[in-house]
Design a protein around this ligand. Structure first.
Ligand code: GCB
Length: 593
């Protein structure tokens, strides 16, 4: 599926804006077929945004179940006879879509787009109605997983229930990304796959164009950033040779534009699509992560799509601010913890040269106890695995052409100590390698090195660890000993390069104490510094991603003080003391050490 774009032949109508919205606490809407009529008793709701923090109603913030969205749109008369598509950037977590009362799509999974062919259902020259029901319930067959807890005791009113989940970010829901309408001709480009390689001073771009029907003719033209033609090709697949190629490099992005044209047999242009292409190579060799053959050191963060009011809703102002902060702090990379982010953000990363580790929304697959079983017939089972495969495949299909994405993370902190995790992750690793033979793969680890049973399937060891926080709280003097002991063991056991993908401490902006105590800015800064002392001693450590970029919302609980405060920036993106320390440390380090 191609990201909707305006091109010579395609046209988009962005349905972002204020939609009519109605929560359905009694779960009556589907049975009463609310999509058959215009929704009654609605409130205004922005799209894109999470609905949770938009009103003053705690019941909507904590709602479990269906909510309904509705919008009307006019299809221009000029679109008559064209193929018409409705694209939904993300509906968290399950959705059914109707146009003029006709079901056109249903989708499971809250972090990737889906689309529906609405040709013949939406009528040009007239007002049409789109209705989307979005459900936020998590269970063991969703990513991330969860379960609904009910209470059989007298202390809770009858029917009282809560959504339990095992990950540490608020279960925001709704239409988090734009909804768009676009048109193409009946003969159209379905997908484009691009791979790149470097030989001496030349760049090689392998391309494959999938078309809706075999009879069209494909032509491609590659333009450089000055608009000069760098290569051309004919046919639905081939290799373009770019002489004296400018490479896509971290923080020095260079993007070519690939124009793909599909012609009718009579030579008329049927479809046109534009793709930004960065020529670069990625490879793991020994203990090095090579980008364009040079060893790369990851400096940056685990992030979240999270901000005040809009929750997980796409916000260009927040995203551009975040990229400016990444550059200010001298970071070069981030992980899309713990789910695929909006494709608009990856376009920004491509453009700015920020390196990305793309993650599947497989988070909350452990209870942090080696005796607990997660992979059981009634929890993470065959159905969960099948969905995990689907989401991984959709993620690779969506993001395969982004030069910024250099590695896939197949899960965050899964119960990889359990025997059943071995076939589970072996199959997923095989799928990832089959779908994308070029990018390295990883899994982000929670268990200690002698407990993990799956690291051998992956190229890079990614480790999350909270010494002097969850373990030995307050004991900063232990950090270096413990980090060095653990990382050395990872390397000894598996012989692969290591990235510390999470380390950090909650710091409440404005809390100070010296000598440092937990929750102060001094403690956060001191803890990170002690980790860094170890990283600098260990040659096989190829990166440091602090947890987290900014403070973020979580469910309520006694270990969370109005959210997770491990951000180096506040939720409003203001720097804490640690930010200045990182800025100076990373400013003195090379991307290519
Ligand atoms: C982790 C998780 C992350 C949490 C973090 C924390 O290991 O990967 O999602 O937010 O710890 O702060 O506890």
């Amino acid at each position: 599926m191609l990201f909707p774009k305006d091109t010579l032949t395609r046209e988009i109508k962005d349905l972002s804006g204020i939609w009519r919205f109605k929560a359905d606490p009694g779960n009556r809407g589907r049975e009463e077929k609310w999509h058959h009529q215009p929704l009654q008793d609605t409130i205004p709701m922005p799209v894109p945004a999470s609905y949770n923090d938009i009103t003053q109603d705690a019941a909507l913030r904590d709602h479990i179940g269906d909510v309904w969205y509705e919008q009307t749109f006019i299809v221009p008369r000029s679109w008559s006879g064209d193929r018409m598509m409705l694209w939904v950037g993300s509906a968290c977590h399950h959705a059914v879509v109707w146009v003029n009362g006709v079901e056109v799509a249903s989708h499971k999974g809250g972090f990737l787009p889906f689309e529906a062919d609405i040709t013949g259902i939406a009528v040009p020259g007239r007002e049409n109605r789109v209705t989307i029901v979005v459900n936020n319930v998590l269970n063991w067959q969703t990513l991330p997983p969860g379960r609904i807890k009910t209470f059989e005791d007298e202390k809770h009113p009858e029917g009282y229930r809560v959504q339990e989940y095992f990950h540490d970010f608020f279960n925001y829901a709704g239409l988090h990304r734009p909804v768009k309408l676009y048109r193409t001709s009946g003969l159209f480009i379905q997908d484009i796959t691009v791979t790149t390689d470097v030989q001496g001073e030349s760049g090689l771009i392998g391309y494959t164009v999938d078309c809706s029907q075999p009879e069209g003719e494909v032509r491609v033209r590659l333009l450089d950033e000055d608009g000069k033609e760098a290569a051309t090709g004919k046919g639905s697949s081939g290799t373009l040779l770019v002489e004296k190629a400018r490479l896509w490099k971290p923080l020095q992005a260079y993007l070519y534009t690939l124009h793909v044209e599909l012609l009718h047999p009579d030579g008329q242009l049927a479809d046109h699509y534009l793709l930004q292409v960065g020529i670069r190579t990625v490879k793991v060799e020994g203990t090095r992560f090579l980008i364009n053959g040079e060893p790369f050191y990851f400096k940056g963060f685990g992030k979240h799509e999270d901000s005040d009011i809009r929750g997980k809703g796409l916000d260009h102002a927040v995203n551009v601010k975040d990229f400016n902060l990444l550059k200010w702090i001298n970071a070069n990379s981030f992980r899309t913890s713990h789910y695929p982010y909006a494709e608009e953000l990856l376009e920004l990363a491509d453009r700015e040269g920020i390196v990305v580790i793309g993650e599947v929304p497989a988070v909350g697959f452990t209870f942090f106890n080696y005796n607990d079983k997660v992979y059981t017939p009634d929890q993470a089972n065959e159905e969960t695995l099948a969905h995990h495969h689907d989401v991984l495949s959709d993620l690779i299909a969506r993001d395969k052409n982004h030069p910024s994405v250099v590695m896939w993370s197949l899960a965050n902190e899964a119960a990889t100590f359990q025997d059943e995790a071995v076939p589970y992750f072996r199959q997923l690793a095989d799928t990832a390698r089959r779908l994308d033979p070029q990018r390295p793969i990883t899994i982000v680890q929670w268990p200690l090195p002698d407990k993990c049973k799956v690291a051998q399937f992956f190229d890079v060891i990614c480790v999350n660890r909270y010494y002097s926080w969850y373990q030995d709280p307050g004991a900063l003097e232990l950090v270096e000993h413990q980090v060095e002991w653990e990382l050395t063991n990872w390397y000894r056991n598996f012989g692969k390069p290591v990235i510390m993908t999470e380390y950090g401490a909650d710091a409440i902006a404005g809390f100070h104490q010296d000598p440092p105590v937990m929750f102060t800015e001094e403690y956060q800064e001191e803890l990170l510094t002690r980790y860094h002392n170890v990283f600098d001693r260990l040659d096989f450590v190829i990166g440091e991603h602090v947890w987290a970029f900014a403070d973020f919302a979580t469910k309520q609980g006694i270990t969370r003080i109005n959210g997770n405060k491990k951000g180096v920036f506040t939720r409003q993106r203001q720097p804490k003391a640690a930010a200045r320390m990182l800025r100076s440390r990373w400013g003195e380090m090379d991307e290519y050490p």
